[in-house]
Every structure is written in structure tokens, then in C-alpha cells.
Design a protein around this ligand. Structure first.
Ligand code: B12
Ligand code: SF4
Ligand code: SF4
Length: 451
């Protein structure tokens, strides 16, 4: 297909990648040809196709090859790829490295893995080198030096590995970053105004995403090991010391928004992340750039003012940390700001304008369980250890245990303003767990004047 066939480009389904070198070769160097090339590239941008924009070859520095010209699927979709002889006949000062023997197999391997990953049930796939820039380490060290990790001592313990994929696994060459869509089909914030009920974060309303993701990562990893015998493969999701968001950005899946999470143009804030580290040289995709612009919706909505600055989070103030990671009593100054959020928080994610491009997931394992859509606080407060375990078997909530969970429920009851819940709090004032008992006394006191 010649480059000028812009109408055909418009009708190609899915993402299109274009090699500007071969595109330019096709158009030649005349002024009208250039105009035609830039027109095509503009269409690419408008329909979220990508192209190699380095133009380094024009500056005479050479194409970065494995670094920037990524999934050039020219043969499949777009331009005719000239041979090396043809290219040199064109008297270009720079050889076309995207057809060199080194990058070509990597491109083919990426295309195969991408196809297999989508078949395995992932919604987004990207490729990065097993390497992160020094800024990731600096920012992580800054976060730790400020004590923003609170009691998550494991973050400091393995900071070196978190900042350097090859410190975690020296043989790793490439990282396949996978995203799984968990976009909700209702407004995640709609239960916040129902004061006698609890709000459970979207990600925790059914099965544990770690289990779902890990199963698929292992399936993909196994397939890769069979397809390329001898390849080393390790899979990670969440709990390993891996900087998942910076890697996902490097792999082009999205960018770290001002709320610090990864935002994807096609999925908004709703992607779980997981990785396949491998000894295979797969090259890398182009990193995504920041599209937050002047927006500050996520920073403005945070109930506990947990962002000291855009792109920085003080976990100690984040409701997700307070309800899930933090043991012991919650700072009384923060309790009134938590509302009825008893497990995690979605406020900053939910207000992101990029969610308008997100679609609801179709994963049965994440379909909200009826009893977790808007559970009554009184019912949750009555859970003993056995009932808690039974209710949350297979759920991420199970990890925090009955005591931390009921502590959170007591905070929500204290914030409810519902006189009818005072007796529920009072019933827990002598709880065997001192932290639950203290939170219950706090709640009962808060409800003393409630009518
Ligand atoms: C620790 C942790 C938490 C902590 C701390 C969160 C945090 N933002 O650091 C707590 C418990 C608070 C938490 C909460 C949540 N988490 Co969490 N969490 C993690 C974990 C295990 C590590 C994250 C980490 O390394 N943080 C350390 C900080 C320093 O790293 P960072 O956030 O990347 O910080 C970067 C920015 O600050 C940035 N930066 C700093 N200054 C500047 C300046 C500029 C200009 C720029 C551009 C960038 C920048 O650079 C830093 C380094 O890259 C990851 C899994 C993993 N292994 O990566 C999941 C993970 C980040 N969590 C996840 C989720 C879903 C959540 C919640 C939404 C859950 C919920 N609903 O309650 C909330 C969201 C809260 C929020 N706004 O971040 C997902 C996010 C998926 C995504 N699309 O991004 C992850 C990736 C898990 C997964 N595998 O899917 N989490
Ligand atoms: S998850 Fe909630 S508390 Fe944490 S930063 Fe986002 S809005 Fe703030
Ligand atoms: S809400 Fe706005 S500032 Fe926050 S991540 Fe989304 S686009 Fe960026």
C-alpha cells in the first residue's frame, strides 16, 4: 500500500505503527511528498497510531534501531519496505536499521507475544528494556527519605531492586508489561453518600486480582519458554520489588498521572499491571508521554490531601494505605476524612477525565459481588473471625484480617452521623482486639450527639 493511501490508513482497525524512515523513503524528498508524509503522520496521531518520531536519521545521527523504531508492521498494513540496496540507491546518508538483522527478529517476536497475550486475556501489552532511568531511583529514595512509605518497611528494604530490574534479576534483558482492565460499570463513588453503608474499593469487590493476573502471566510465560527454548522467564505482579508503573510507562502502556498511578489513553485509571521478565532480547516499545496537562482533578478530590505535590503521594495520608496496609490505630485527625471507605479508595482514580475512554471490564472474576456493592456497616461490624474468613475467601480483603477490617468499619460508623449505629459501636467497645475496641469507643463518642 503506498504511503499516500491515507484513506486506507483511516480504516485499519487497531493500533498502527509506522516507520517514518520507510514512509519517507516512499514519499521521496520533494516538498509535496513531505506534505503527504506529514499528513499521514497527523492522521496517525489523531487515531492514536504511532510512528517513529525521532527523525534522528535526518540529523545524521542514525536511527536508534532497537531503541525507537518499534513495532513496524509495515508489511502487514502499510508501506512497502525497501531493500537495503534500494535504500542506498536513494542516496540516503543513513542506512535503514529497522530492516537490519538485529532488530527484525525482535519485532517479529514482539508481534507474536502481543498476539498471544491478547489471546491469554490481557487488555494491554508493551515491551521495555529491563532497565529504568536514574530518576526512578531518585524519586523512590526521596519518597523513602520523607518517610512517605509509613510502615511499609519492605519498600525501603529492597529499594535497590525496585529501582533496578536487573538488580532483582541480573540476567533479565526485556520486560513484557501486561495490563488487565478492571473498569467498573457503575460510578465507583456512588456509595459514598450512603452513610449507613460501606464503600469497598472497585478492585476488591470480588476475586483477588493477584490470582487472576498471576495465572495468566504464568500461562504466557510458559508459552514463551516453549516457543523460544532456553529463554529465562520470571513473572511478577504487585508484591515483588518491581517499579511496575515506571516500567509500564517505559513500555508505552500509559503514563504516571498526577495521582501517581498509570493512566492509559484507552483504559483510563483502570488497569492492573503485571510483568514477564525474560532473558530474550525483545527490544522495546516507545514510552508513553504525560497527557495530564493542566488538569488537577485527582489532586483536588483527595479527601485526606495525600498529595504533597503533583506526581507525589504521601502514603501515610492515603486511605488505601490507612485501611489496608496500616496496622494499629488510625490517626484520629485523619479518621473524620475517611467517610465510609472501609477498604481502599478510588476517588483520585474515578475523577480522571481519561476514564471517558475506558470501557467496563468483562471479567467474571471482577464482577462485583452483590453483598459487597454497598454492604450495611451494622452487618460488617458483627463479623467474627470465622464469618470474616468465610465472607472474604478468595478476596483481597481477606489479607487484612478481621481485626483491621472491623477497625475500619468502626471508623466508618463514627463518620456516619447515624444515631442508630451508636449501639453497634458500643457493642464493640470491649472487643478482644484493643485497636477495634479503641476505634469503637471513638465511634460511639462521635455518635453521642447524633439524632
Ligand atoms: C506501595 C503501593 C501502594 C501504596 C503507595 C502508593 C504509591 N503511589 O506509591 C498504597 C498502599 C498507598 C497504594 C495505594 C493504591 N494502589 Co498500590 N501499589 C503499591 C506498589 C506495591 C508499589 C508502588 C511504589 O513503588 N511506590 C513508590 C513510589 C515512590 O513509586 P511511584 O508511585 O511509582 O512514584 C513515582 C512518582 O511519585 C513519580 N514521581 C515523583 N515525582 C515526580 C515528578 C514528576 C514530574 C513525575 C513525572 C513523576 C514523579 O516517580 C516515582 C517513581 O517512579 C505497586 C505495585 C508495584 N510493585 O509497583 C501497587 C500499585 C501501584 N497499586 C495499584 C493500585 C490499583 C492502587 C490503588 C488504586 C488501590 C485502591 N483502590 O485503593 C491505590 C491508589 C492510590 C494512589 N493514588 O497511588 C496498582 C496501580 C495500577 C496502575 N494503573 O497504576 C499497582 C501497580 C499494583 C498492580 N500490580 O496493579 N499502593
Ligand atoms: S486513593 Fe483516595 S486517599 Fe489515596 S490519594 Fe487517591 S483520593 Fe487520596
Ligand atoms: S485526573 Fe487529571 S491530573 Fe489526575 S491523572 Fe487524570 S488527567 Fe492527570
Amino acid at each position: 500500500m503506498p504511503i499516500a493511501a491515507a484513506s486506507q490508513l483511516r480504516s485499519i482497525p487497531g493500533e498502527v505503527w509506522i516507520c517514518a524512515i520507510s514512509a519517507t523513503f516512499q514519499t521521496g524528498r520533494s516538498k509535496p511528498a513531505w506534505a503527504s508524509l506529514w499528513k499521514v503522520l497527523a492522521i496517525c496521531q489523531s487515531r492514536r497510531a504511532r510512528y517513529c518520531g525521532t527523525r534522528r536519521w535526518m540529523a545524521g545521527t542514525g536511527c536508534v534501531g532497537g531503541g525507537s523504531i518499534r513495532d513496524v508492521i509495515c508489511e502487514e498494513y502499510f508501506v512497502y519496505m525497501p531493500t537495503q540496496e534500494e535504500f542506498f540507491a536513494f542516496r540516503s546518508p543513513v542506512p535503514p536499521p529497522c530492516f537490519c538483522a538485529m532488530t527484525r527478529p525482535a519485532m517479529d517476536m514482539r508481534a507474536e507475544i502481543r498476539r498471544k497475550a491478547m489471546e491469554t486475556g490481557f487488555d494491554a501489552v508493551g515491551f521495555a528494556r529491563a532497565h529504568l532511568g536514574p530518576e526512578v531511583r531518585e524519586r523512590l529514595l526521596h519518597f523513602l527519605a520523607e518517610g512517605r512509605h509509613g510502615s511499609m518497611g519492605w519498600m525501603a528494604d529492597r529499594a535497590g531492586q525496585r529501582a533496578h530490574p536487573q538488580a532483582l534479576w541480573p540476567e533479565a534483558v526485556s520486560v513484557v508489561v501486561l495490563g488487565l482492565n478492571y473498569g467498573p460499570n457503575t460510578d465507583p463513588l456512588e456509595t459514598l453518600a450512603q452513610h449507613d453503608r460501606a464503600t469497598v474499593s472497585v478492585y476488591a469487590r470480588n476475586r483477588d486480582y493477584h490470582d487472576v493476573l498471576k495465572k495468566r502471566l504464568k500461562a504466557l510465560g510458559r508459552w514463551m519458554a516453549e516457543r523460544w527454548p532456553g529463554a529465562g522467564i520470571k513473572v511478577f505482579v504487585d508484591t515483588a520489588p518491581v517499579a511496575e508503573k515506571p516500567l509500564a510507562q517505559a513500555a508505552g502502556l500509559g503514563w504516571q498521572g498526577k495521582h501517581t498511578n498509570l493512566v492509559a489513553r484507552s483504559h483510563g485509571s483502570w488497569l492492573f499491571l503485571g510483568e514477564v521478565f525474560t532473558t530474550l532480547d525483545l527490544g522495546a516499545d516507545a514510552p508513553e508521554v504525560d497527557h495530564c496537562g493542566s488538569c488537577s482533578a485527582c489532586l483536588d478530590i483527595c479527601p485526606t490531601a495525600a498529595f504533597p505535590a503533583p506526581y507525589e503521594l504521601d502514603a501515610r495520608r492515603c486511605i488505601s494505605y490507612l485501611t489496608i496496609e496500616h496496622r494499629g490505630p488510625i490517626d484520629p485527625a485523619l479518621r473524620p476524612l475517611m467517610g465510609n471507605r472501609i477498604y481502599g479508595c478510588d476517588d483520585c482514580l474515578a475523577v480522571c477525565p481519561w476514564n471517558k475512554f475506558a470501557r467496563a471490564h468483562s471479567e467474571p472474576a471482577f464482577a462485583p459481588r452483590t453483598e459487597l456493592r454497598a454492604p450495611l456497616l451494622a452487618d460488617l461490624a458483627a463479623l467474627d473471625d470465622a464469618a470474616f474468613r468465610a465472607m472474604f475467601a478468595g478476596s483481597p480483603v481477606k489479607r487484612i484480617g478481621r481485626d483491621r477490617f472491623v477497625r475500619n468499619v468502626m471508623v466508618a460508623i463514627g463518620n456516619s452521623g447515624e444515631a442508630a449505629l451508636r449501639a453497634t459501636a458500643q457493642a464493640r467497645c470491649e472487643d478482644a482486639d484493643p485497636v477495634v475496641a479503641e476505634a469503637a469507643r471513638w465511634a460511639a463518642l462521635r455518635l453521642e450527639d447524633a439524632t
